[in-house]
Design a protein around this ligand. Structure first.
Ligand SMILES: Cc1cc2nc3c(=O)[nH]c(=O)nc-3n(C[C@H](O)[C@H](O)[C@H](O)COP(=O)(O)OP(=O)(O)OC[C@H]3O[C@@H](n4cnc5c(N)ncnc54)[C@H](O)[C@@H]3O)c2cc1C
Length: 391
């Protein structure tokens, strides 16, 4: 089939990467087609109201946070925000623990009140120095010692990646803060908030502000390429898929989500555990690091969205192997996987009039704000290269 429709830019993927590029290019007067094989916009950040009436994040919880005022300013054109303190606990040895590790966790461990100095002395004894830490095990035992590493990190990481922390980059576990005061915030960025009233609504307004964007859902790259003639392709899907897996499939980790909703009596019965009427568990996220439990975490997103509704939905997250055709959620953060990607990166560099951006196309775990930054930079580069469009 010969392409019968002409556009300026064909953009594959309607997630953060694809939609931000499309918006910037459309603002510069270019016509864009955005094609996504899924039946909705938003990529993995997609949220929707479920059957119980609860706003949920379909592909796992997405905690927006950033240190970049420029990115907040850009997204604020399309959304208001609801500030959130993302709260986490860990469940092990039959009880909830304060998490990430802080002075409260230490008191829970020793079973009596303690001071910051007590905890620092204990840590000084417990730490196993590794300078610099070469992997995720070394990073954690050098911060908190082996007991806390075993309690909170080793089993969780093994379940999540099906690789021992020793085989994973230091950055995987190094992202989690450890504090000797009572600050139990999960994240450290200066701006922590969710789009109000949600990611999908924000993307809807982004598209509404840009009449030059034609969105095609349920359309994959092969079909889009057959339908459209274009001057430049922006590809945000998986780089190995783009090249037909000609150097083999890159390894990914996948996830299975199991949602369960509660209303009325079922919800009221949970109050002794959650400590708050209308909630199922005491925090937004509870980690389950023990090997006997098959899921890694339970997320109750209503804690973060602040939605006023007489129901709640919890989602259990089961790590899963990835097969071609499945959802490639996480690139594997390990040296062998990165080396395999480098071969594809060379092929990608040699492609003419194609940009590879976003999490899958660059085979790297990026937070949403980083992907927005990458998309803004690429759009700027494209406008410099091609100039402004005809509108
Ligand atoms: C479980 C999970 C939790 C996360 N939590 C957070 C968090 O708390 N905070 C945070 O900042 N980030 C989080 N992230 C990361 C966040 O999801 C990404 O940064 C962001 O979604 C990247 O946007 P993207 O556009 O690159 O990719 P995606 O959102 O994956 O979008 C890519 C789109 O391309 C489409 N596509 C792919 N291939 C093709 C093809 N061949 N043809 C047509 N369409 C195609 C896909 O259907 C998809 O919609 C999380 C990620 C996961 C997996």
């Amino acid at each position: 089939m010969q392409p019968d429709t002409t556009t300026d830019f064909l953009i594959i993927g309607a997630g953060f990467a694809g939609l931000v590029v499309a918006e910037r290019l459309a603002a510069a007067g270019w016509r864009c087609v955005v094609a996504d094989r899924r039946p909705h916009i938003g990529g993995n950040a997609y949220d929707e109201v479920d059957r119980a009436g609860v706003l949920v994040h379909r592909y796992g919880p997405h905690y927006f946070r950033t240190n970049s005022p420029r990115i907040v300013e850009y997204l604020s054109r399309f959304t208001g925000w609801r500030e959130v303190a993302y709260t986490i606990k860990s469940f092990a040895r039959g009880r909830f623990w304060s998490f990430p590790v802080n002075l409260n966790t230490f008191e829970e461990l020793i079973g009596k009140p303690a001071t910051t100095a007590d905890f620092e002395n204990w840590l000084a004894q417990a730490r196993e120095p590794h300078e610099p830490p070469r992997n995720s095990e070394e990073v954690i035992v050098s911060q908190v010692g082996r007991e806390l590493y075993r309690l909170f990190f080793e089993g969780y990481t093994l379940k999540q990646w099906q690789r021992h922390p020793r085989e994973l980059d230091a950055s995987v576990c190094g992202r989690i803060p450890v504090r000797t005061n009572r600050d139990d915030r999960y994240l450290t960025e200066s701006f922590q908030a969710l789009p109000d009233p949600g990611y999908t609504a924000m993307f809807g307004r982004l598209l509404g502000s840009s009449p030059g964007i034609d969105v095609r859902l349920g359309m994959d790259y092969a079909e889009a390429r057959a339908r459209f003639r274009y001057r430049h392709l922006v590809f945000t899907g998986a780089v190995d898929e783009y090249f037909g897996y000609r150097l083999g499939a890159l390894p990914y980790r996948s996830l299975r989500f199991e949602a369960e909703s509660f209303t009325g009596g079922g919800l009221a019965a949970r109050e002794p555990v959650s400590g708050k009427p209308g909630f199922w568990q005491p925090a937004l996220q509870v980690n389950y690091p023990e090997a006997e439990v098959p899921f890694t975490r339970i997320v109750e997103i209503k804690h973060a969205t602040g939605q006023q509704v007489d129901a709640t939905t919890i989602v259990r997250e089961f790590p899963a192997d990835w097969q071609p055709g499945g959802e490639p959620f996480y690139p594997i953060p390990a040296p062998d996987a990165r080396a395999a990607y480098q071969a594809y990166a060379k092929l990608a560099e040699a492609e003419q009039r194609v940009s590879f951006i976003g999490r899958l196309a660059t085979y790297r775990y990026y937070n949403m704000d980083q992907v927005v930054g990458m998309a803004l930079a690429e759009a700027e580069r494209l406008v410099e290269t091609y100039g402004k469009g005809g509108g």
